[in-house]
Design a protein around this ligand. Structure first.
Ligand SMILES: NC(=O)c1ccc[n+]([C@@H]2O[C@H](COP(=O)([O-])OP(=O)(O)OC[C@H]3O[C@@H](n4cnc5c(N)ncnc54)[C@H](OP(=O)(O)O)[C@@H]3O)[C@@H](O)[C@H]2O)c1
Length: 494
């Protein structure tokens, strides 16, 4: 697919996401020569800034991320693409002046991507205003709307938002972001599974004991206390990113890598997940909140001491969940998902544990119990694909050790790209395969809704884990004693 020139309109351009991700990503796309000629970036902001002030702000945003890769000449070219449009998005006037600006002959491409990097509460209103000003009509060029997460707060609100926006937009115009799908290693899960024939015969209930998906962060909630306290870890991470990773691990090979084929298979996985009845929530899900502790030798406060957090909050900063996929391939294999803030280490990984060999062959030797094989997929910050095997130790004794086959994803001289670079470029190409279709979002909410509803009424108690640990003791989620959380991507210290 070819990227076409377009006008990128960023609502909320002065906000955190734009500052740390969107503007640096657009700059890096320009450095890589990926922004088609004629592409313009129009920032929408309510601050009374002029073009010069906006360009100097963007310079700071870009420099903070580009470090030594900052190139003054490219930045000047990038600057020529930048415009600032002042207005309050709650006022109808803002959209009238926007439409007039866009209508100025020859200035802006008629292909327009609207990026809604604003509060989710404003998504519906902004889209309705854009429509009233004929800015979503595709008569003279394509119109695409990128919607940040979260899409809804629960199943009902997601359906209500969808109903509202589908009044103004066709599904093909909607790009629902889950930026995890833009990560190179997440896409590599598909390549690893479907470009290598070796593992496919083993990728099922006959050989796999269980699957673990972990996203841990060592940071707390920063300045996002208001948002986080109303969301919590289940909504913020599990419902979106972790369930998406699960679909990629568990899906059947799609008929093609085309968007609809890929998303059809992901939805089938979500539909096959066994619903968790409310009375079984405690056997399937666990929550916790960080207390004070130490991270990298530094003392840090607990969640209740953070800014904007009520002192009686029971919002979870840690959530774990066990799911079963009731289909031919996965019936009976538990998938364990967990996420947490202020954990021992920042890490996203998928760990696939294979079954024990059927016989303990080496009974009369030093080898009492053979380790299981694991496939380890490090998503971030360490990117890796590793297969752990048992081998004999050199020497006269019959002892074994675990050795790993490493299929490194990136050579040291190959640069990492940020997920938002991929996704922003895909919008220009009209490629929606890494964006969510509404039924994916809907089924993901169906899975977590019973848990959220149960937790919402149980407000008296939440388990506390020390900051800097691997979270609370939630061993009762595991089906067998031999199953425990795996927190390391190396064999030495499971
Ligand atoms: N930040 C992240 O790491 C992150 C990660 C994933 C998803 N998201 C999602 O991305 C979106 C943006 O998040 P954020 O963290 O960037 O939020 P933010 O820092 O609060 O930024 C919100 C933006 O909206 C603007 N805004 C608010 N009310 C406005 C109005 N009436 N008229 C015009 N502009 C208005 C703000 O302008 P002012 O600057 O003038 O206040 C600001 O630019 C949210 O949907 C969030 O859930 C963010």
């Amino acid at each position: 697919m070819q990227a076409e020139p377009c006008t990128y309109i960023i609502f909320g351009a002065t906000g955190n996401l734009s500052r740390i991700k969107l503007m640096p990503a657009l700059y890096h796309l320009d450095v890589a020569g990926k922004l088609p000629q004629g592409t313009r970036i129009l920032a929408m902001g309510r601050r009374v800034w002029d073009q010069q002030k906006w360009r100097s702000e963007v310079r700071d945003m870009v420099m903070a991320k580009a470090h030594d890769a900052f190139d003054e000449q490219v930045f000047q070219r990038f600057c020529d693409r930048l415009y600032y449009h002042q207005g309050d998005l709650s006022q109808a006037e803002c959209y009238r002046t926007l439409a007039a600006t866009l209508g100025q002959a020859g200035q802006f491409s008629r292909n327009i991507a609207f990026y809604l990097s604003i509060s989710p509460a404003d998504f519906g209103n902004v889209i309705s205003h854009l429509s009233e000003n004929h800015l979503l009509s595709e008569e003279y060029g394509w119109r695409r709307v990128i919607i940040e997460k979260p899409f809804g707060y629960d199943l009902d609100s997601a359906q209500a938002l969808q109903k509202r926006i589908s009044h103004y937009l066709a599904e093909e115009q909607i790009y629902r972001i889950d930026h995890y799908l833009g990560k190179g290693m997440v896409q590599n899960v598909l390549v690893f599974r479907f470009a290598n024939v070796m593992l496919e015969p083993l990728w099922n209930r006959n050989y796999i004991d269980h699957v673990q998906i972990t996203h841990s962060e060592s940071i707390g909630i920063d300045t996002r206390g208001d948002y986080y306290n109303s969301a919590g870890a289940m909504r913020d991470m599990l419902q979106s990113h972790l369930l998406q990773m699960l679909t990629l691990v568990a899906m059947e090979p799609p008929v093609s890598m085309e968007a609809e084929a890929l998303r059809d298979e992901k939805v089938k996985v979500l539909k096959s997940i066994r619903p968790i009845p409310k009375e079984a929530v405690h056997a399937h899900a666990f929550r916790g909140q960080y207390g004070k502790g130490q991270i990298n030798g530094e003392r840090v406060g607990g969640y209740l001491e953070e800014a904007h957090i009520p002192t009686n909050s029971t919002t979870e900063t840690y959530a774990s969940m066990k799911l079963y996929i009731d289909n031919w391939r996965w019936r009976g294999v538990p998938f364990y998902l967990r996420t947490g803030k202020r954990m021992a280490k920042a890490q996203s990984s998928i760990s696939i544990c294979f079954r024990h060999p059927p016989l303990q062959f080496f009974r009369d030797t030093q080898v009492h119990c053979m380790a299981q094989n694991w496939v380890l997929l490090g998503i971030q910050p360490e990117e890796c694909i590793r297969i752990e095997m048992t081998v004999k130790e050199p020497g006269l004794e019959m002892r074994t050790r675990t050795s790993s086959l490493d299929a490194s994803f990136r050579n040291p001289n190959e640069k990492a790209t940020d997920a938002y670079e991929d996704l922003l470029l895909d919008v220009l190409k009209g490629d929606r395969s890494l964006f969510l279709r509404f039924d994916e979002v809907e089924y993901a909410w169906r899975i977590v809704d019973p848990i959220l509803q149960t937790w919402a009424i149980e407000r008296d108690y939440i388990a506390v884990y020390p900051a800097g640990s691997w979270g609370p003791e939630d061993n009762r989620l595991f089906d067998k004693e031999s199953q425990t959380w795996r927190s390391s991507l190396t064999p030495e210290c499971k």
